[in-house]
Design a protein around this ligand. Structure first.
Ligand code: DP6
Length: 349
């Protein structure tokens, strides 16, 4: 027999960024963060996990290619889920698995991303969240989303926020063992469904400095990162929660843009400096800032993760349509240009 579970998990985009760890092994951050989760149909990971007594080792395929599971982060997630597995019985299929059996049963994992891996579009977030969620279903793990998010966190920090739709907050926690470092949902996907997210794919190339090593270098060499974590982010978290609760786009846009800019300032303050954005990213920022300033209130917020691609959050569909017009005018997508395409949901232009 073979038992299989398939799950789909969208990626999330931080509007108050996680950057810097206080514990590298357990993946514990130096500040809280807040994100918006994309629509599940778009920019997501689909993972199928299977178990059978005929499998002789754990194996994984990523976008159809076999991928080594020997990395510490995968091993940790597998171990955490296995240790919480419960017995399962399906008389019709003649399957009976006891809690103890899980220790000797192996899994096969097949995962697909419908967006560029490691191009700063948070593929590790969707990937680990989906892996942990599907394995937990397969192994009949009876834990709530908060506890599962703490396991996904050990795969990749930002993954803990992808367990929820809508808006999520990763609470950094205080405990040394990480038991209180997990994500909670701030509002579900229906709460603020006017917002439209447009991603301008500036480059789908793999980034030069991974988030993991970039944030390590920032913690070691930047003074600004410590000021940010202690003095700036705690206040912003409170203000952002308030903005989300009240669907206050003006504050939301102001906080998102300011936090993205400060995160990139921290990268510049790192020695040697890390440049994730490029000229096109900077031109997109200027274009949005200029437009926002010409209106009575902001129409679009921007945020950039560890890569040059712009995540643009429009206040409503009308603003998104105008945004696309502006982008197409100022940055016509050409194969030889820096800007590759725009993505609204699953439609590329
Ligand atoms: C800039 O979660 O990819 O996207 O925990 O080392 O796997 P690791 O890092 P990762 O870092 C994400 C950084 C960010 C900001 C964010 O998502 O909050």
């Amino acid at each position: 027999w073979v038992l299989m579970v398939t799950a789909q998990t969208p990626t999330n985009i931080a509007v108050i960024k996680y950057w810097g760890k206080r514990d590298e092994d357990l993946i514990l951050p130096i500040n809280d963060s807040i994100s918006v989760t994309l629509d599940p149909e778009h920019l997501c990971t689909t993972t199928t996990v299977a178990v059978s007594p005929s499998f002789d080792q754990d194996r994984m395929w990523l976008n159809g290619k076999e991928f080594s599971l020997s990395g510490g982060r995968y091993q940790r997630c597998l171990k955490e889920i296995r240790s919480r597995a419960s017995g399962f019985e399906d008389e019709k299929k003649g399957v009976k698995i006891t809690e103890k059996d899980w220790e000797n049963l192996h899994v096969h994992i097949s995962s697909y991303n419908n967006f560029p891996t490691a191009a700063g579009l948070a593929s590790s977030a969707a990937g680990f969240a989906c892996l942990v969620f599907s394995l937990a279903k397969l192994m009949n793990v009876k834990e709530d989303h908060g506890r599962l998010s703490a396991i996904a966190r050990q795969g990749s920090g930002s993954a803990c926020r992808s367990l929820y739709g809508g808006f999520a907050k990763w609470i950094m926690g205080k405990n040394d063992d990480g038991s209180d470092s997990m994500a909670v949902q701030l509002a579900d996907e229906k709460h603020w469904d006017d917002l439209v997210i447009v991603i301008a794919v500036v480059s789908s190339r793999q980034k030069e400095t991974s988030s993991t090593s970039g944030m390590r270098e920032s913690v070691e060499t930047s003074k600004l990162i410590h000021h940010r974590a202690k003095e700036v982010v705690p206040k912003r978290i409170v203000e952002m929660e308030e903005a989300i609760k009240n669907r206050d786009f003006e504050s939301f846009a102001h906080l998102s843009c300011a936090d993205s800019n400060q995160f990139h300032a921290v990268c510049m303050d790192t020695c040697p400096p890390i440049f994730y954005m490029n000229d096109t990213s900077h031109r997109i920022i200027s274009c949005v800032e200029k437009w926002n300033r010409s209106e009575a209130s902001p129409q679009v917020a921007y945020t950039f993760d560890a890569g040059p691609n712009a995540v643009l959050i429009a206040r409503n569909r009308k603003a998104a349509a105008l945004l696309l017009q502006r982008l197409l005018f100022h940055f016509p997508p050409r194969s030889d240009a820096d800007l590759k395409s725009y993505v609204i949901g699953d439609k590329s232009i």
